[in-house]
Design a protein around this ligand. Structure first.
Ligand code: PLP
Length: 393
């Protein structure tokens, strides 16, 4: 009997999952830079267009993007994955495929900035209304439900202050209301959190972050059951054109091979850096999902198997936060995350600057907060760099 890749250990899935070799027997996955595919006969073309096996056109699928999708689906424990050109294309598609005019969405209020734009500015043009809730408050989710609620959207841990949502409990509330739960799992990565197992219907990723992990390409993915993926996204993905480039898919496919190693090392180092920040007198508050003093540590122990690589800490005011950033010698000032290179940013003036102040205050984001993504540098060097910058903050 042939091995079923679904039974492999995650490390094996990351390296061998989805592998589709050509007759050359190449060891590294082949990069198919081709838009179209030729058919052996008119009959063969007819068969493929009728839905038979084989590729037709890059916008619909390509062997390299397919390998990336199959590998990520295995790692996530999903029946199907659709890749997209960016994380935002994935988020947009994940919502537009499930919603239509007259529907209602409930969303956690702490979200990536562009996700908030889609919800606040874009969906209303198509007649979709949204209620934002404090995602940590289960009563708030329940109270937000209306007869026309179709989708719940949450990011957990959320950007930038790393609050965590009880995914299973929120999935139950969604399902009781006849709605689907979409989880943006970027911060946890497929290594530390499996939203589908916890009860979510759809998982979305910005593959730009940890899945690439070396700062090169954009990419995104949507994962779920065959039934829901086919019904909600298949035609939309084909016809609206958010397809991932095969070149980027190839980079991301190689990224998946080392995702587990990288994320675990980054997390180990992040634990040391977070402890150093928390122990420093300049940090008024330090939030890291891997520390026992995270406000939701019990919930994290329940649904995540690691704290991840992002730390948030409050230095009291903007001037102190900026002095900290300007004193860093190794860590870059940059707004990305999940990279091999450590980076830190001041969310109020960068990633969250378009969020109205009142809404920022609702999620507790004041001017003293810094968000740091821990990379793959030596932990000793990072602790020294961060400690020196805190001394000068
Ligand atoms: C970066 C990010 C996105 C958007 O991804 P892009 O690849 O930049 O389009 C969406 N959600 C979260 C949580 C992110 O961090």
């Amino acid at each position: 009997m042939a091995e079923d890749p679904r039974n492999w250990e995650p490390e094996t899935q990351a390296v061998r999952g989805g592998l589709m070799r050509t007759p050359h027997g190449e060891i590294s996955e082949a990069l198919f830079l081709t838009q179209s595919f030729a058919y052996d006969s008119a009959q063969a073309a007819d068969d493929r267009f009728a839905g038979g096996p084989g590729f037709i056109y890059q916008r619909f699928g390509n062997p390299t993007t397919q390998m990336f999708e199959d590998r990520l689906a295995l790692m996530e424990g999903a029946e199907q994955c659709k890749s997209t050109a960016s994380g935002m294309a994935a988020v947009q598609l994940s919502l537009m495929g499930l919603l239509r005019a007259g529907d209602h969405l409930v969303a956690g209020r702490a979200l990536f900035g562009s996700c908030r734009w889609i919800i606040s500015e874009w969906l209303p043009r198509f007649g979709v209304e949204t209620t934002y809730v404090d995602a940590t408050d289960l009563e708030a989710w329940k109270n937000a439900v209306r007869p026309n609620t179709r989708v719940f959207l949450v990011e957990s841990p959320a950007n930038p202050l790393l609050e965590v949502t009880a995914i299973g409990a929120v999935a139950d509330i969604a399902h009781a209301a006849g709605a689907k739960l979409v989880v943006d799992n970027v911060f946890a990565t497929p290594i530390f959190q499996k939203p589908l197992e916890l009860g979510a219907d759809i998982v979305v990723y910005s593959a730009t972050k940890h899945i690439d992990g070396q700062g090169r390409v954009l990419g995104g993915a949507i994962l779920g059951s065959n039934e829901l993926m086919n019904q909600a996204y298949k035609d939309m993905h084909r016809h609206t054109g958010p397809a991932l480039s095969p070149f980027n898919a190839w980079v991301l496919l190689k990224g998946l091979e080392t995702l587990d190693l990288r994320v675990r090392r980054q997390t180990e180092t992040a634990g040391r850096v977070a402890d150093a920040i928390a122990a420093h007198s300049r940090a008024k508050q330090t939030i890291y999902p891997g520390r026992p003093d995270h406000p939701q540590a019990a919930l994290i122990a329940n649904q995540m198997t690691g704290g991840g690589n992002v730390i948030a800490f409050d230095l009291g005011d903007r001037a102190s936060a900026w002095r900290f950033l300007d004193a860093l010698q190794i860590v870059d000032i940059s707004n990305n995350l999940g990279d091999a290179k450590s980076m830190a940013t001041h969310p109020c003036t960068t990633t969250h600057r378009s969020m109205p102040e009142a809404e920022r205050l609702e999620i507790g984001l004041t001017e003293g907060w810094v968000r740091m993504s821990v990379g793959l540098e030596g932990a000793g060097d990072l602790v020294r760099d961060v400690t020196r910058a805190l001394d000068r903050a």
